[in-house]
Design a protein around this ligand. Sequence first.
Ligand SMILES: Cc1cc2nc3c(=O)[nH]c(=O)nc-3n(C[C@H](O)[C@H](O)[C@H](O)COP(=O)(O)OP(=O)(O)OC[C@H]3O[C@@H](n4cnc5c(N)ncnc54)[C@H](O)[C@@H]3O)c2cc1C
Length: 325
Amino acid sequence: MAKVLVFAEQRENKLKSYALEAVSAGRAIADASGGEVIACLVGNGVKGLAEGLGKYGAQKVLVADDGRLSAYSPSAYATVMTAAIESENPDVVFFSASAMGRDVAPLTAIKAGTSVVADIVAAEWQGDYLEIKRPVYAGKAFLKVAVNSKPAMATLRPNVFPAEEKSGDGTVVELSFNLSDDDLKVKVTDTQMKSGGRPELTEAGIIVSGGRGMGGPENYPVIEALADTLGAAVGASRAAVDAGWRPHSDQVGQTGKTVSPNLYIACGISGAIQHLAGMSSSKYIVAVNKDPEAPIFKVADYGIVGDLFEVVPELDKAAKQLLEK
Ligand SMILES: Cc1cc2nc3c(=O)[nH]c(=O)nc-3n(C[C@H](O)[C@H](O)[C@H](O)COP(=O)(O)OP(=O)(O)OC[C@H]3O[C@@H](n4cnc5c(N)ncnc54)[C@H](O)[C@@H]3O)c2cc1C
């Protein structure tokens, strides 16, 4: 019987899609073992989000609603999660492998005296330990790990675990916790939102990425047009980022972001192992490259050999026609 605690990430008082995925993953483990899944909401004015977590299977929602938690503070959030662990004594603790989750999970692990397995893509309760699967060697192989620490803590790769609606409401419980001055040493003084209405890379269901084959920053509107037609995010290879064509926040790969969209369209990207490390778990990969020998075609589900400046506008036209129907 596994008791699973899930850090339910929110930003600007909106639940992240991967928070629901993590709750559903927790629920799957709880259901298989006759256990329970408890979500923990941390922030200011976040109580209203508890209902949404109940819909995705949280049987209990711990709420840490406090003005001091309105902006993300790594130490404060980790202290709250540690209080949740102390109060619930879970067997398993899940975070998302998002920027926030990757930050707060190891801090919580230190405070709770356990360890954390990063970026998992599967998890199963084996009676008295958690068995997880995570990619290694830039996605070329998978490692199965038996996590014996208590609680077993892991970050879940976004867009891998399905978010599944369940019937039922989660019981809302206010979590008591104490924050010290040290917890609040790091203060967010300003937040600058990225302009443009495109989805965030790690959350996007569709990504259109451009590499060195784009030829320069002035050509990105070609893939941006397709991205906007599809409601997609725009990504880039490191070559494009290093050339200063795109910001580092757009970089996909080993030293950039790990993404797992339903559809990844790689334009003018050769498919270096370091790039594949960040996108090979995408459900469908489409590659547009003028070199038929480009390694990206080895991982692509659909490959188009051609000049991206001819192919991508055609894809855009076809997508628009389909969407109009
Ligand atoms: C430690 C380390 C970490 C790294 N981390 C990352 C990372 O996080 N992400 C990452 O992406 N890379 C990373 N790299 C770099 C990686 O090794 C590659 O150099 C990089 O991914 C290449 O980017 P690219 O595919 O855009 O460029 P290239 O390899 O130069 O490929 C460009 C492709 O565009 C095609 N092309 C050119 N013109 C056109 C056209 N008009 N139409 C269609 N196709 C065209 C070419 O045929 C070619 O295949 C890392 C490297 C190291 C050593």
